[in-house]
Design a binder for this molecule. Structure first.
Ligand code: NAD
Ligand code: IPM
Ligand code: MN
Length: 358
């Protein structure tokens, strides 16, 4: 049966990096005889400019109907001053929330060829393979009340961090299942020494742990976790945490892999329907310059094929093609090192497509 992928390129480098992933998808379709059709929808600033809404009804309908979504990035200085509800970031958050994409998987894997691309010593990062499981539709990102109000003659900004037991349990289950399928070690990251919301988080994770006796569970305060990630990142297997901590720790973990341009992600609902996007943003500083690294997006496409289309074989082949290109010494500027060949966004995409073609 034909599968439908919705492409939401977004803003800044979004269209540039997504174009490269589409090249790779086209080759994968031919090589593996995949019955996949694609459609496109506007999101973020690009959608606001046309419809006055960062997630127009038509885009959301298409997203609901698709089997999976490949997302680029949204946002940029052009839209930073408009009314908050209309900003590109709100479009992305509404998309995640409307589709129930509560489980965000962010794998930080170091390709051996990039051991010297990280700002950390090669021995600290070599062999790194950790998975951050970030809760994506709750916590302080969505909690009410929120806003900016006048109080005693000044402005007061406020947000609410809130998680229900059921929200913690469902993301916890995903993390335990993923830990079972790999190193069987799970570290839950919280700030239970200060915040009640994460005290409950810790309790619920401990309750769940009884159902997974084979998984070695640990708990770490987020400040320590941030430090441990750069001190000795290989101590971790799977990390599970809330929306905000997961956002911050995954950007930090990205640098262990050489660049934020290397970190893919999958955002899944209960039925593993999902949206796939690089962890980085729209990089306004390099947009339009042909400098962006498209590999995080290409690796996100691999995750799409693995998780939503159940084609782990195709995902493996795409990942192998990325590794082959790195082995050839091709590097975008963000992962460049002496002795390598600096390539543009499009040259990198072409090279991965060629490697996949075989
Ligand atoms: P960013 O991730 O866009 O950029 C941070 C730094 O990393 C920049 O120097 C950028 O050039 C670099 N970088 C990012 N992706 C890269 C790539 N593929 N190749 C090479 N270098 C890359 O974060 P920011 O600057 O804090 O935010 C810019 C905009 O992106 C904001 O509007 C923000 O809200 C938005 N944003 C969107 C997403 C998303 O769409 N999922 C994620 C993060 C930030
Ligand atoms: C990410 C981004 C988003 C987030 C923003 C753009 C809303 O930083 O996907 O990591 O904070 O979740
Ligand atoms: Mn982020």
């Amino acid at each position: 049966m034909s599968k439908q992928i919705l492409i939401m390129a977004g803003d800044g480098i979004g269209p540039e990096i997504v174009a490269e992933a589409i090249k790779v998808l086209d080759v994968a379709k031919t090589r593996f005889n995949l019955d996949i059709t694609t459609d496109e929808a506007l999101v973020g600033g690009a959608a606001y400019d046309v419809h006055g809404d960062p997630l127009p009804e038509e885009s959301l309908d298409k997203a609901r109907a698709a089997d999976a979504i490949l997302f680029g990035a949204i946002g940029g200085p052009k839209w930073d001053q408009i009314e908050r509800d209309k900003r590109p970031e709100r479009g992305l958050l509404r998309l995640r929330s409307s589709l129930g994409l509560f489980a965000n998987l962010r794998p930080a894997i170091l390709f051996p060829q990039l051991a010297s691309a990280s700002t950390l010593k090669p021995e600290v990062v070599s062999g790194l393979d950790i998975l951050i499981v970030r809760e994506l539709t709750g916590g302080i990102y969505f909690g009410q009340p929120r806003g900016i109000r006048e109080e005693n003659g000044e402005r007061v900004g406020f947000n609410t961090d809130v998680y229900s037991e059921s929200e913690i349990r469902r993301i916890g289950k995903v993390a335990f299942e993923l830990a079972m399928a790999r190193g069987k070690r799970l570290c839950s990251v919280d700030k239970a020494n200060v915040l009640e919301v994460t005290e409950l988080w810790k309790e619920v994770i401990n309750e769940l742990a009884k159902d997974y006796p084979e998984v070695e569970v640990s708990h770490m305060y987020v400040d320590n976790a941030a430090m441990q990630l750069v001190r000795a990142p290989k101590q971790f297997d799977v990390l599970v945490t809330g929306n905000l901590f997961g956002d911050i720790l995954s950007d930090e973990a990205a640098m262990l892999t050489g660049s934020i341009g290397m970190l893919p992600s999958a955002s899944l609902d209960q039925d593993r329907k999902g949206m796939y996007e690089p962890c980085h943003g729209s990089a306004p500083d390099i947009a339009g310059k042909g400098m962006a690294n498209p590999l995080a997006t290409i690796l996100s496409l691999a995750m799409l094929l693995r998780y939503s289309l159940e084609r782990g074989d195709v995902a493996d082949a795409i990942e192998a093609a990325v590794e082959a290109v790195l082995e050839q010494g091709l590097r975008t500027a963000d992962i460049f090192a002496d002795g390598c060949r600096k390539v543009s966004t499009a040259e990198m995409g072409d090279a991965v497509a060629a490697a996949l073609r075989g």
